[in-house]
Design a protein around this ligand. Sequence first.
Ligand code: HEM
Length: 421
Amino acid sequence: MARQAQRCPYAIDPFGRDIHAEAARLRTEGPVGRVTLPGGVEAWFVSGHEEVRRLLTDERVSKDAYRHWPQWISGEVDESWPLSMWVSVRNMITSYGEDHRRLRRLVTKAFTARRIAQLRPRIEEITAGLLDGLEAEARRAGGAVEFRTAFAQRLPTAVLAELFGVPREFHARLQKIITLFFDTTATAEVAHANQIDVYTTIAELVALKRDSGGDDLTCALIAVRDEGDGSRLTERELIDSLILMYTAAFETTVNLLDNAVSLLLTHPDQLELIRGGKAQWADAVEETLRVEAPGANGIFRYAVEDIPIGGTVIGKGDPMVISFVSAGRDPQTHGADADRFDVLRPTRRDHLSFGHGPHYCLGAPLARMEAEIALEGLFARFPDLSLAVPAGLLRPLESFISNGHRELPLHLGGQPLPTTA
Ligand code: HEM
């Protein structure tokens, strides 16, 4: 099979102005095509649901740039590339084979469906408190509230704080650096400064937790590092694993909440199906994940050897972008109306938005539970909830990786609220 003829590759929009139109266009060129990423790095773009699914379980596909990406090994692509931190970190999401299994094993137990289910009452309590806060904020503002900052960011932050014992003084700092990490328009200087900020913040947090101790996941990982000869986890892997856990658990959950609320408010017939008992909140969560994958595109994977797929050959050492957002709307899998939000769609659970195979999202049961509790609580508490701006004015995040809105202004509805208590 011939390698795809070298046309000028499609340049991915770093501003993520219309990731769905971009994905649809790339799908018309075939399930696997060539793209250029910001900074001029070329890669394969895997847009077909079936091809994504196959590559995510293919043992010839690695996530370790230090072993399987020649351009990284040779230094042709280095830390001056604005997106370099996506590949330079050393944790389970950027590792392969035995290294991956070793790093993943260290935290798997904390994320079993049973352990997560035990967190339900606490998450319900946190949600109720945050809904009170939302109402108070609307009173103070005398009108619209910005849902992402006033609720969607606070829920995963509070849950993370609980699981990982993150002290309050770190919350705003972590939110800022994670948000910037997902901004794919950042210049090399800004991205580099943020990388320094990330490492300084996490090193400070680890030093503090080493000192204070505690019954949480951060301390559990520190204990693995500090036990014995330290060969189970290097200091770099400890820091980078914490970076992964905090980033993976935050931005994607914020986007899921943001997307679910905006979709339900712009599709009142779908909201009505849930209110009328014909569909569940879980259905809305799954369909939101399918139609608006919170992590739009995953960078990078590398071919360990030549891989024939989708009518072409991904050459040994070539990097690939896995497009979760495209797979979720692939008409071959989800039908001709794949763009439509339909909470009872038969394929609503067949998305790949939590990944698939060995790197399948560890936090999927937690994210699902948080979203179901939050949506049920929000729509019960504010039955007249509505968008505070026309849907067409909602602006996407400046990212081709993170899929959500820059702001989601909402009216909580009901009686006009007095401006002060
Ligand atoms: C809606 C929320 C979430 C979405 C859409 C999401 C999505 C994903 C995806 C697509 C992957 C696979 C990446 C790949 O194969 O390249 C992944 C991996 C991962 N996620 Fe999530 N995630 C979410 C929430 C969470 C939460 C809440 C946590 C932790 C508390 C978490 C922790 C992880 C970890 C540790 C991995 C790496 C697994 C590995 O490499 O073996 N995620 N996630």
